[in-house]
Design a protein. Structure first.
Lengths: 616, 517
């Protein structure tokens, strides 16, 4: 007989209800503590602070610093543009260990509170306060209580309420962090934009993007082409300046060096604010403290010095720091930065807006020529006859062009040293013996410098492809390379050590024809391969040529963001592609050395065609 | 105080704790105190309105009681009886005028200002009036009381504090149900011993209510708002999708809220009347209105429909029609007129808008038609040999009713009559099922997972209601499951409510946070 099951009693049901509810709450608490999506509890288990910083930089940075205060003695504090003053540069000039305390949308009260908290630590040497125009518009702003609030410790509010809030935080935050963990890559992604060690945004991706002429830039960043219109007032000058005053007093009382800096602003953003407001704001600040004003200059005129509408590039931050220390070995425009005091403020405000008609040339067009092999018998597309090569050199000379060295290129961008009026860069790929035997004598004759991008693993291979019995076009040796280098005309640079393999001659399982990841290859593997290749070549070049390689041409011209990022980290400053076109170099922007385009110099390129290329 | 706040749960915890322990002897006074604490979160002005209604209806009740007593004791003196009756009428009229006056003033002042300004150019001050929480619910409830005392249904409540509790009992302050004094007085004033059955029943109701409201209704509302606000940009199929979601949203929001209300009351041992009886399974429009917002329907029936259809002018109209027109018209006309008035009142109670007149007409005409055509339908059914219990016929009737109600939903939710008409037109003329793609769905304000929650939630709701309709006791069945299954089930259900419901608004994806800067 079927036994009818009995219902549980209401009392038991209520017990089960309580147990289930407690379990739910317990799970939420546990999840929030273990995953810790805002880094409130020290992110003990995942230790992924770059994610926590992105969620709430105010709270997570304090938790992080509480454990790492001993590693830093100086701090730069302010809203998001604060990030663009690179801490490495600050450390170099100030002789200190800076931490970048950038907080999204910080107002001056946030800055003051952070300052107070930091100054409670021992041995603080420097505080830099970054001031942005919007600081005069907002003060003590009501902000999102979860992602934009201050740590209770900093604000002096109830710790109990603070921890309760994050213990009972929406579990979706924790789930999102776990999901993001699956998607985490070496490159910066929108969910982890911070560099934990420096506290600043991790700009490795943005700083590895090639930048050239303005048209291309506007295509990628159309916001500058149709800049959003807006206008803001500055109703919070008094409150903000009062905070600035208290910050200064706090620092003075503790004998801490304090510097106030007004950040560079894009020209159209400056127009959001009325001049009388700007005058009032700056005058009030000057009454309290002298400060550096970088807001309006020739830098503000060019969108390429900005990541987006409101954030200037790290390269610009570097210029600003150099200017503050009057370092002439770094490029910055003469009109960039003004040390404002109560004495000179009137004069400064009178000439505040940069006069665009006074702008000095700070960009230059540079055509780059790409040669490969030279031979009497032209059998491949990449081969050129010595006769044609000489004709090219003659054309260059007759057209009044001056071939420049790699160093000239660097000097233009890094220290602003002018280039000859019509400059051109001659390059060779692969490192063929013909470069030494046929091209080098001609270069010497014309006294033309050139760059040869040699494949490391092929150097010195006269007959056979690496250790095989496959015949190949001979490549020059280290002795020949050194001989060319010593004349000062030729610079040997990298075409990778061994990432330009010729598949038909290779027997291994992984055949790398370019610097890109192979299909199915993990990010970690390709990064390792790129680093290993760079390391071997560095060692070889140091041993055989006593030099460091700082430029690279991409095998087959293929590249991507990851390869650019890794190569930059491995010491490469300039990269060359096989895309045809001219280049624009920009003073102070190292990104203009990346992804340089080159003209293919084939046998069919006549003197006329060459002239066209040069003039394009 | 929101039913979904930590503060409310703390309030409830403390309230219940003391209710069953040290304040056991003063339970109803404690309830009154809790109710006023609860209501005080609505502000001092709201409290003023509550007190005003409580006082006027209390005094009215007392006076009417006195009049009733006099009439009883002076039965023989016809003149005096007549005088008292006259005075009673005047008094009720005054009470109604005062209370409905407040309601009308608060609800329609802005409309009056707008219309007057638009038509004549006269600009009255806008006053920026805010409708106090639950005003119309407690007002209907206390007016029902006044009328009942007038009718001598029960004696007036002498204790003003007890009466104040009837008006202000906190669980039903948000959205009803509209209770009757006769039903509620015993529940409120008698002693309630602690009883696990009540606690279980209360918690079950609350959980189910939160499930409907937080998981389904609040998600659907986003899509509904998007579609109704920008209806011109959507194909008919998308609009219909929006209206169906609105149907679901409205039911889940309202009935969910009532479930929470009834659950909370039940925790205190108080039974509140049912307000919804699975309206999705209605077989006719009349049936629908018997199952939807039942307490308002019953209120309207008792205090508007019957008095109206039995009133002298209506009866006269009936006999006039009977004289001049053959057939059932004489019987039907007063009924249908009264029906129309009821739906019109229900409509304008929702807000001052012409669309509610259309809504009243729609319901009034359909119900009148169905009364008139009933004999015809019976004939057809006989001819076709269809029995009412035939499941296919039953299904057909449910579907037909659903569609009729759905059309009515265009009227209650569209911004105005023009929008309603346009939406109906678009639904028919540019239906285009192809437009209802997943890509379109993703532009309506919620994500894929939210649609999934709505879908699964609605299916579960339908399943449970279907079983209940079949008179299967779902909770009793579930209590027979192995204990571990019950715990896991409860954990998942509560977890879903908390994670997908309570927390739904305060989450910003980290990518989005960064993108703002």
């Amino acid at each position: 007989m079927k036994h009818e099951k009995k219902e549980i009693s209401s009392q038991l049901w209520c017990m089960l209800f309580i147990i289930s509810s407690l379990l739910v709450v317990g799970c939420i608490l546990l999840l929030n503590v273990v995953v810790d999506p805002m880094g409130v509890f020290g992110d003990q288990f995942l230790n992924w602070f770059s994610y926590d910083f992105t969620n709430n930089p105010r709270v997570a940075k304090i938790t992080y610093l509480d454990k790492h205060f001993d590693e830093y003695d100086s701090y730069i504090i302010g809203c998001s543009s604060t990030s663009s003053y690179p801490t490495e540069e600050l450390n170099k000039y100030f002789g200190a260990n800076f931490y970048n305390m950038i907080m999204y949308g910080a107002d001056m009260l946030d800055v003051e509170n952070e300052c107070r908290y930091i100054l409670a630590q021992d041995d603080v040497k420097n505080i830099i306060v970054n001031i942005y125009f919007s600081n005069a518009s907002f003060y003590d702003r009501e902000s999102d209580p979860i992602t934009l609030n201050m740590h209770a410790k900093v604000e002096g509010s109830s710790l109990l309420k603070f921890y309760r809030k994050y213990l009972l935080l929406n579990p979706q935050y924790a789930v999102a962090k776990l999901k993001a963990l699956q998607k985490d890559t070496y490159l910066t992604q929108p969910f982890d934009v911070f560099n934990v060690k420096t506290g600043a945004y991790d700009k490795k991706v943005r700083d590895a993007e090639p930048i050239g002429n303005m048209e291309e830039y506007l295509e990628v960043y159309p916001v500058f082409a149709s800049y959003p219109k807006a206008s803001y007032t500055m109703p919070k000058i008094d409150e903000t300046v009062a905070s600035i005053k208290r910050i200064k007093e706090m620092c003075d009382a503790k004998n801490v060096n304090v510097v106030f800096v007004v950040a560079p602003v894009y020209k159209e953003s400056i127009q959001y604010f009325a001049k009388p407001d700007i005058d009032a704001f700056f005058t009030e600040i000057a009454k309290v403290t002298p400060f550096w004003d970088f807001s309006s200059s020739s830098i503000s005129e060019d969108a390429r010095y900005f990541y987006d509408e409101t954030h200037f590039r790290n390269a610009v931050g570097k210029m600003a720091i150099a200017k503050m220390f009057h370092d002439d070995s770094v490029y910055y425009p003469e009109d960039f930065g003004y040390y404002v005091t109560l004495e000179n403020i009137a004069e400064h405000l009178q000439n505040y807006y940069f006069d665009a008609s006074q702008i000095k040339e700070y960009t230059v067009k540079l055509p780059v020529l790409m040669y490969h092999h030279l031979a009497e018998e032209v059998q491949t597309a990449d081969t050129i006859s010595p006769r044609r090569f000489r004709e090219h050199m003659e054309t260059i000379e007759q057209a009044g062009y001056t071939p420049i060295t790699l160093q000239d290129l660097y000097d233009y961008v890094e220290i602003g040293k002018e280039l000859p009026p019509k400059s051109v860069l001659i390059t060779f790929d692969d490192g063929y013996e013909s470069n030494y035997k046929l091209a080098f004598p001609v270069l010497k004759e014309f006294n033309f410098p050139a760059v040869i991008f040699a494949i490391g693993s092929s150097i010195g291979h006269q007959e056979f492809y690496k250790d095989t019995h496959y015949r190949m076009t001979p490549h020059f040796s280290y002795e020949e390379a050194k001989e060319m280098e010593e004349t000062g005309l030729v610079s040997i640079q990298s075409h990778t050590y061994d990432m330009h393999q010729w598949a038909p001659f290779e027997s291994g399982e992984t055949i790398r024809e370019t610097v890109l990841a192979l299909s199915g290859e993990s990010e970690e593997e390709i990064i390792q391969a790129l680093r290993k290749d760079a390391r071997i070549y560095r060692e070889e070049a140091s041993k055989n040529l006593e030099k460091e390689m700082t430029a690279l041409s991409f095998p087959h011209g293929d590249f991507d963001t990851l390869s650019h990022v890794i190569l930059k980290e491995e010491g490469i400053k300039a990269t060359f592609t096989s895309i045809e076109g001219s280049n624009t170099l920009i003073k102070g922007l190292p990104q203009s050395l990346l992804g340089l385009k080159r003209y293919h110099m084939r046998e069919e390129v006549t003197a006329e065609r060459l002239k066209e290329y040069l003039e394009k | 105080m929101s039913f979904v706040s930590l503060r409310f749960f703390a309030f409830l915890g403390i309230g219940l704790g003391l209710y069953y322990t040290i304040l056991k002897r003063f339970q109803w006074i404690w309830l009154l105190f809790l109710s006023y604490v609860f209501y005080s979160f609505g502000g001092i002005t709201a409290m003023g309105y509550l007190l005003l209604t409580t006082l006027t209806t209390y005094i009215s009740g007392m006076y009417l009681q006195k009049a009733n007593d006099k009439i009883q004791s002076q039965k023989k003196d016809v003149n005096k009886v007549k005088k008292w009756k006259q005075q009673k009428k005047q008094f009720v009229f005054l009470t109604l005028l005062c209370n409905f006056g407040i309601l009308f003033f608060l609800k329609y002042w802005q409309t009056v200002v707008n219309v007057l300004h638009y038509r004549t150019g006269i600009l009255l001050p806008s006053l920026e009036l805010v409708l106090p929480l639950g005003l119309s619910f407690y007002m209907f409830q206390s007016i029902g009381y006044v009328i009942d005392v007038y009718r001598g249904k029960y004696p007036a409540e002498k204790n003003i504090l007890k009466y104040a509790l009837f008006v202000s009992f906190f669980p039903q302050m948000v959205q009803g149900p509209i209770s009757r004094f006769g039903d509620l007085k015993k529940e409120l004033y008698q002693k309630h011993a602690f009883d696990f059955t009540s606690i279980e029943a209360g918690l079950r109701l609350m959980l189910w209510g939160y499930f409907k409201k937080l998981l389904i209704a609040d998600r659907a509302s986003v899509v509904v708002n998007t579609i109704f606000d920008g209806y011109t940009g959507y194909a008919g199929s998308v609009i219909l999708f929006g209206v169906i979601l609105y149907y679901i949203q409205l039911y889940c929001d309202f009935s969910g809220g009532i479930d929470i209300t009834r659950g909370v009351a039940r925790l205190f041992g108080v039974h509140l009347i049912e307000n919804f009886k699975r309206p999705i399974f209605s077989t006719s429009l009349q049936d629908y209105w018997r199952r939807w917002h039942m307490s308002l329907g019953a209120w309207m029936k008792d205090y508007v429909f019957y008095p109206l259809s039995l009133s002298k002018p209506f009866l006269k109209l009936g006999s006039f029609v009977r004289k001049h027109i053959k057939g059932k018209a004489g019987q039907v006309l007063p009924v249908s007129m009264a029906t129309f008035v009821v739906y019109f009142l229900i409509g304008i109670w929702h807000g001052a808008n012409f669309k509610y007149i259309v809504f009243g007409l729609w319901n009034g005409i359909l119900i009148t038609l169905s009364i008139l055509l009933t004999p015809f339908f019976i004939k057809i059914k006989k001819k076709l040999n269809i029995e009412d219990k035939n499941p296919i016929y039953h299904g057909f009737m449910v579907l037909r009713t659903f569609l009729i109600v759905l059309i009515g939903r265009y009227m209650t939710r569209a911004k105005n009559v023009t929008a309603m008409w346009q939406m109906l037109k678009l639904t028919v003329t540019s239906f285009s099922l192809k437009a209802l793609t997943s890509k379109t769905l993703m532009t309506l304000g919620i994500e894929k997972k939210d649609y999934l929650v709505i879908l699964c939630g609605t299916l579960l709701l339908l399943l449970v209601e279907f079983l209940e309709e079949k008179e299967i006791d779902v909770s009793a069945k579930s209590k027979k499951l192995p204990v571990i299954v019950q715990v896991v089930g409860m954990f998942l259900f509560i977890g879903a409510i908390v994670v997908l419901g309570v927390y739904k608004d305060d989450y910003i994806a980290s990518e989005f946070i960064y993108k703002q800067f």
